[in-house]
Write a protein that binds this ligand. Structure first.
Ligand SMILES: [Zn+2]
Length: 427
């Protein structure tokens, strides 16, 4: 009997195996001129079935991280040499790093106690010393909404392709006519630090309300912590893929699954910097808003757009604070205001621990990427201040950011968010 049990366990673990990345390397490459930048953007849009771009090509002299399978390493190196692109190996074995990172994943929640204690104290297993799968995030949202009904409500605004909840958190002290900030996270599944920050932001606004009541008394916050829940779950799943980026809807006629939600929004959709190939990691979906998740985010934003002054979509990694437009290197008409707020927010962020963020302006971001949610929030929904934030790090660990960095990442980003909130209060 005992032996049978052991054998059964071995069989289960052998079957339930995540996609492996043995021998995969991450190269940092530095395009020195326009031609080499164009080679990289072409690779990204046409060969992202082979070369996984961990960061976007943005401009000359801004390094790009690319994961290369072992079978393509020499081809890749030859290509870089041909076009005189500087390269170096940044991560020598991606599988080893993923395995080392497994210690940073929170154990699945096993509920032993009833939901709320008699004192109304929320009980949730989520913490910011490890990375948590969707069930723990949903438990956190339910517990906090139940404990603070006058501050926070969680609404299921729809279901994903696989039937996961799309949760909208509203943090508000009520009343009408208030300005709002809209925040979302987890659009790219593998960017785990994004939901880890956005959930912490909810915690800070609600459980630490008394420390800074002005940010909730004067502002309505709309927050969607995981807008690609199918992809996010897949990065944790026993038979999943830690480095999954896209949604999980199959593409008819293709063996490849999923669409890049951040190329799927309908403002100047498919005008460059996205892939028309379903196997591409930046696949734009074939038509704007092809994904149910993008539709739900669109409709949710539109429902609160008239009061919303700022849209912040939280990604990783690279430490960038990016302004529209993504689809063109032209400036928006009110660019000076967008840039001014970004500079002041990043200054406060850097003041805490010295972490450097690059403010992505039209001048230092040459490469276009159309169909982004930030472009649509500004151009489609009319939200004046729209930003994409790329959290820690700059690629030492990339998506495998050690869990010990969650809290410092969150603390410094909160400094920036406070600047944004102060500005909204004055708008
Ligand atoms: Zn992203």
């Amino acid at each position: 009997m005992k032996l049978f049990l052991v054998l059964a366990l071995v069989a289960t673990s052998a079957l339930a195996s995540q996609r492996r990345y043995d021998g995969y390397q991450v190269f940092e490459v530095n395009p020195k001129n326009k031609v080499s930048l164009e080679v990289l953007t072409k690779l990204r849009n046409e060969r992202s079935d082979v070369y996984d771009f961990w960061t976007d090509p943005r401009n000359i002299n801004l390094p790009v991280d690319i994961m290369v399978p072992p079978a393509f390493a020499s081809t890749f190196i030859n290509l870089m040499r041909t076009f005189e692109v500087d390269y170096k190996v940044k991560i020598a074995d991606v599988e080893a790093m993923i395995e080392a990172g497994r210690k940073d994943i929170a154990k699945p929640i096993i509920r032993k106690e009833p939901r709320l204690s008699r004192a109304g104290t929320p009980r949730y297993s989520l913490n910011w010393e490890s990375y948590s799968d969707l069930p723990a995030i949903e438990e956190f949202l339910a517990e906090l909404s139940a404990a603070y009904p006058n501050l926070m409500t969680t609404t299921v605004v729809g279901q994903s392709y696989e039937g996961n909840n799309m949760n909208l958190v509203k943090i508000s002290t009520g009343g009408t006519g208030k300005k709002a900030i809209f925040v979302d996270g987890g659009i790219h599944a593998r960017e785990w630090i994004s939901p880890a920050y956005v959930t912490w932001l909810i915690h800070e606004l609600v459980e630490n309300y008394a420390a800074h009541p002005q940010y909730v008394d004067n502002i309505d916050w709309y927050i969607m912590p995981v807008i690609n829940p199918d992809g996010y779950r897949y990065t944790f799943a026993a038979n999943g893929d830690r480095l999954w980026r896209k949604t999980r809807k199959p593409n008819p006629g293709s063996p490849c699954i999923g669409t890049d939600m951040n190329r799927n929004f309908g403002f100047h959709w498919d005008e460059g910097g996205s892939s028309d190939l379903p196997c591409g990691d930046t696949y734009n979906g074939g038509v704007a808003f092809s994904e149910i998740e993008s539709q739900i985010v669109r409709d949710t934003i539109l429902s609160v757009a008239p009061q919303t002054m700022v849209y912040l979509t939280v990604h990783s990694y690279g430490q960038y604070w990016l302004t529209p437009w993504g689809y063109t290197s032209d400036y928006p008409a009110d660019y000076d205001q967008l840039y001014d707020l970004a500079v002041r927010a990043v200054d406060k962020l850097t003041a805490l621990y010295g972490t450097q963020y690059t403010i992505g302006t039209s001048t230092n971001v040459l490469y276009v990427a159309s169909g982004g949610s930030d472009d649509w929030a500004k151009g489609g929904a009319g939200i004046p201040y729209s930003y994409t934030v790329e959290l820690r790090d700059t690629g030492r660990y990339g998506f495998e950011l050690p869990a010990t960095e969650i809290l410092p990442n969150n603390a410094e980003m909160w400094e920036a968010f406070k600047v944004v909130a102060e500005d909204v209060m004055a708008m």
